[in-house]
Design a protein around this ligand. Sequence first.
Ligand code: PMP
Length: 419
Amino acid sequence: MLPDTAIEKKTTFDPQKARRDFPLLKQTAYGKPLIYFDNAATSQKPQMVIDELTKYYTEYNANIHRGVHYLSQKASQEFDDVRVKAQQFINAQSQKEIVFVRGTTEAINLVASSYGRKNISAGDEIIISAMEHHSNIVPWQMLCEEKKVVLKVIPMNDNGELLIDEFEKLISPKTKFIAVVHISNSLGTINPVKQIIVKAHQHNIPVLVDGAQSVVHTPVDVQELDCDFFAFSGHKMFGPTGIGCLYGKLHLLEDMPPYQGGGEMIHSVSFAKTTYNEVPFKFEAGTPNIADVIALGTAFDYIQSLNRKAIADYESELTEYASAKLKDIESIRLIGTAKEKASVVSFIIEGVNALDAGMYLDTMGIAVRTGHHCTEPVMDRFKIPGTIRASFLFYNTKEEIDVMVEGVKKAIALLKKKN
Ligand code: PMP
């Protein structure tokens, strides 16, 4: 059965209908209606995704690929079908270009460890940006430390926009890899990744795009982007935790050594010599996360059933609405005011600790996130310890934003007095 939201394909967007797809949104917190503004950390799940998990465990739980029996064949078929759905979701050329991983973090670690170790060596340079999530910093730093490679960082301006001229100056004959975030989780900035990729390819440098925040807000076409690698997590796009995808161009994946050893990733094993399976299985050692892959397939179905243009327009409306209301409050400073921005509003309240404000909002049933959002260098850039972050999806409403804004005003009245 198609979700309620599918009906919205032909009309303007109605968040109330969308909310019916998400059972958790009916919850209360401390007796108050729950307002969930922590979507950049993880999205809520539609009923059809939850049902799929139950269905797998109640109807056809079995290990896949080596079983001749009915259950194993059914589970294998459902699992394999999701690779095709993932391929279609990001328009990869072949399903072999999709590797199932635990999430964005594991995808980036896989590339740094496998591609990086093979192709990047002492004296080479890697470029990342000033607004990367820790998961697109630390794996590269680990490689740099091991191989004596230099990490260079694309700077940004006070609005949280990357300085593309500076990026071009960073490129040198020693640059061997570029890894950049598509949409920043702490600032909301939508980066000009296509422009970065075009420039990088003029110098034959491969580019990895961290799509953790982008796939849920905007359709992604990896062939159109021409990125070499693309990483995303299922749990931020209505799927379960513990599952995500790494896309890699086939010739690159084929040329990369395995990431982990074990079952599934081998062609044959003997004590004298082991040969490896073909791509993508070469990178999927051990029993995979079968249930979550299958439910991720349902999350793809869910997203594909939506009117994505109407949703994107509605989400920008929410972001602009919240930004305008918060900006009007004295002592609030928005962090991340890029022209191209997605559904994140990060702010600080002068004189009020972000954590205290977050805890106060929590007592009102409002879930925001406070702190550095795994982007400590971003906080350093703005010389702040952290922000309060409200991040939206299409099931959020302007009424919820009004409640948060009132909560923020109360928090200021209460907490600023004490300071
Ligand atoms: N990159 C970005 C931009 C993110 O927002 C996140 C999650 N907050 C990650 C990477 C890491 O994703 P995961 O924890 O699902 O591996």
